[in-house]
Design a protein around this ligand. Structure first.
Ligand code: AMP
Ligand code: GLY
Length: 435
């Protein structure tokens, strides 16, 4: 079948590799894609905006597309799944991604918190405030212990969460947020209890009734080594996370995954796609780790996909077909037991301002790792140029995590452009914990 994948990052390149490798895929179109997807077998980039549903509509009909896989959250939050369902000519196209209502799990933190409360899913204690209830918000802050966690309700490009030590400063920021610090995203602000622990991500593929739990991953959000400096889209990831052992994952499944999928079903929220559950593993009184939900996303993570997807051995297109039909329970998910590590190579200056258009060399020298393109484009002579802050991601599967990391760093030094940067310490925190 012909498949359309929406998006242009490393996540989409990693997904495209798996989709194109499926015998069920005849042609893959990536909109808009990057220089990596441009040269993938069976694959063609198309210049479509993932938010322009009428252009996508026309393209899907003209190219006999039978499946649309949505990479980023924006088209989902804008209702692409509902758009397809409401047009007769598109109704039978398999869209992999939740309905707009389902996407609200990511689009509104207040909605997500209320959903968790309704279904007794463990998460930090919270309350939501607006301009009208500012005074109550200030009083609520005084009932909490520092640090204070303030979250813009809506999508704020990953910047809408503030963690503040001082209560006076927290009061001031609450006021600023409600006055529009993050535009309409912070008309409502969620204040929640601070959870102390280690973060990890769990990914679920669901048809709305049944689910598979994909491998766990951890991403590295800060720009600087030792988790310092500004937040980024993600500077690397590793999969699996060693402390998410059988016992911990059983808790995740029983306390979080099952009630989440059942909650969606009971509330008749159409959900055929990925659920990305950001978790904090918090030590309890017995010293055991308990999972708490920090956030839901309604898509795969980036750069978590770049370490999780290479570990999936099952045919992803076949899984997606079962997701669409609602019979995912008839499939099995086969996972490569080898760990995967991914290091993101970024443009100097990122996540602040940076230059684009630098020529990348050495890509053909990389033999023992996978290179996923994030922000790249093809030049007019076929050369690969930088075209974003996060540029390339190097992923290695190996028998152990230390050997995967070693190999990743040995391979990525073969790649050059003027002004590249990457973190040297991806995975080191987990290696220390394992010792
Ligand atoms: P979010 O956008 O909700 O994922 O929040 C961004 C980051 O803030 C998370 O990745 C955590 O590192 C941190 N964070 C969010 N909520 C909490 C919380 N309740 N306690 C501690 N850290 C948090
Ligand atoms: N890596 C975090 C995210 O994709 O939101």
């Amino acid at each position: 079948m012909n498949i359309l994948l929406l998006g242009s990052g490393g996540r989409e390149h990693a997904m495209a590799c798996k989709i194109a490798a499926s015998e069920r895929c005849s042609r893959l179109f990536v909109a808009p894609g990057n220089a990596g997807t441009a040269i993938l077998v069976k694959t063609k980039n198309v210049n479509l905006d993932p938010l322009d549903f009428s252009d996508i509509h026309a393209f899907v009909l003209a190219n006999e597309i039978q499946m649309v896989v949505v990479g980023p959250e924006a088209p989902l939050v804008a209702g692409i799944t509902d758009y397809f369902a409401s047009h007769n000519a598109l109704r039978n196209v398999m869209v992999i991604g939740p309905t707009q209502k389902g996407a609200t799990l990511e689009g509104s933190k207040d909605f997500a918190k209320e959903f968790m409360t309704r279904h007794q899913i463990p998460t930090a204690a919270h309350r939501t405030f607006t301009q009208e209830t500012l005074d109550e918000g200030v009083r609520f802050l005084h009932t909490l212990k520092p640090p204070y966690v303030l979250k813009a309700d809506g999508l704020a490009a990953g910047k809408g969460v503030l963690i503040i030590d001082n209560v006076k400063e927290a009061e001031m920021e609450l006021d600023n947020m409600l006055k529009g610090k993050f535009g309409s995203a912070s008309t409502k602000v969620v204040i929640e209890e601070y959870l102390k622990g280690v973060e990890l991500s769990v990914f679920v593929l669901s048809d709305g009734k049944h689910y598979h739990i994909l491998p766990t991953a951890k991403d590295y959000k800060r720009i600087g080594e030792g988790d310092t400096g500004l937040n980024t889209g993600g500077m690397g990831s590793i999969s699996p996370v060693h402390f998410a052992d059988k016992k911990f994952m059983q808790k995740v499944e029983e306390r979080i995954v099952i009630p989440t999928v059942k909650g969606l079903r009971d509330e008749e929220i159409g959900y055929k796609g990925f659920i990305f559950i950001g978790l904090m593993a918090v030590a309890n009184a017995e010293g055991e780790l308990d999972p708490y939900v920090i956030e839901y996303n309604v898509r795969m993570g980036d750069p978590e996909t770049e370490s999780v997807f290479p570990r999936i051995k099952s045919d992803i297109v076949e899984l997606f077909e079962h997701v669409w039909r609602g019979n995912l329970q008839q499939t099995t998910l086969e996972i490569d037991p080898r760990p995967a590590t991914c290091v993101m190579m970024v443009a100097e200056g990122y996540p602040g301002s940076y230059e684009k258009g630098k020529e990348i060399s050495g890509l053909d020298q990389v033999a023992n790792s996978l290179v996923f393109h994030a922000g790249t484009k093809q030049g007019d002579k076929g050369q690969v140029l930088t075209n974003g802050g996060r540029v390339l991601c190097v992923t290695t599967l190996a028998d152990t995590m230390p050997s995967a990391l070693l190999q990743t760093y040995q391979e990525l030094v073969k790649i050059h452009w003027d002004g590249l940067y990457y973190r040297h310490d991806i995975g080191q925190d987990l290696l220390k914990m394992m010792m």
